[in-house]
Design a protein around this ligand. Structure first.
Ligand code: PNS
Length: 162
């Protein structure tokens, strides 16, 4: 039986840490569906379309990975696409409490989907989309944290030097 995993998130924007997790997940599961949340509470920097384009570029070459956008409850979306696994990354202990709460709530909401926590490469343990945006906004270099296409688009948003 084919195991489908959904990797949900804001991806505003995708970082090398996300990509590391996607690559690891693609080896573990038959299909990985990267799912961008549409209705974020806080205003995102990038539109869903932009976030999807950056992700598409980043996963090019990974044949069993696809990128989609979703709204509503994650467990409902997982059911719709017949995913039995939710992938979430844990970088440090500080991520754990929020992730545990979400995983347990998702388990309460649906018995059909299991959360699997994955650990990115150590070198990405400090990396987050929020910090990348902050650095880029203040003119810092983010080239080692995100793919080239993302760096370029951040430059476009903030008028960065390259
Ligand atoms: O990258 P993020 O912002 O940490 O991802 C959070 C995400 C998208 C996984 C979470 O907000 C989510 O699943 N939202 C969909 C709505 C939902 O199902 N909420 C209940 C979660 S217990």
């Amino acid at each position: 039986m084919e195991t489908r995993a959904v990797y949900p998130g804001s991806f505003d924007p995708v970082t090398n840490g996300h990509i590391d997790l996607i690559q690891r997940s693609a080896k573990l599961f038959d299909k990985v569906i990267v799912a961008i949340l549409k209705n974020m509470e806080k205003a995102p920097l990038f539109t869903v379309k932009e976030r999807a384009e950056m992700l598409e570029e980043a996963v090019r070459g990974l044949d069993n990975v696809s990128v989609v956008a979703f709204s509503g409850l994650l467990v409902d979306f997982a059911g719709k696409i017949e995913a039995s696994v939710i992938i979430r990354g844990i970088r440090a202990v500080s991520d754990y409490e929020y992730e545990l709460q979400m995983a347990l709530m998702n388990r309460r909401l649906s018995g059909q989907v299991e959360t699997v926590f994955m650990i990115p490469a150590e070198s990405y343990s400090f990396l987050s989309s929020r910090l990348v945006k902050e650095i880029a906004q203040h003119g810092g270099s983010v080239g080692e944290f995100v793919p080239e296409g993302v760096e370029r688009r951040l430059g476009g948003k903030f008028g960065l030097r390259s």
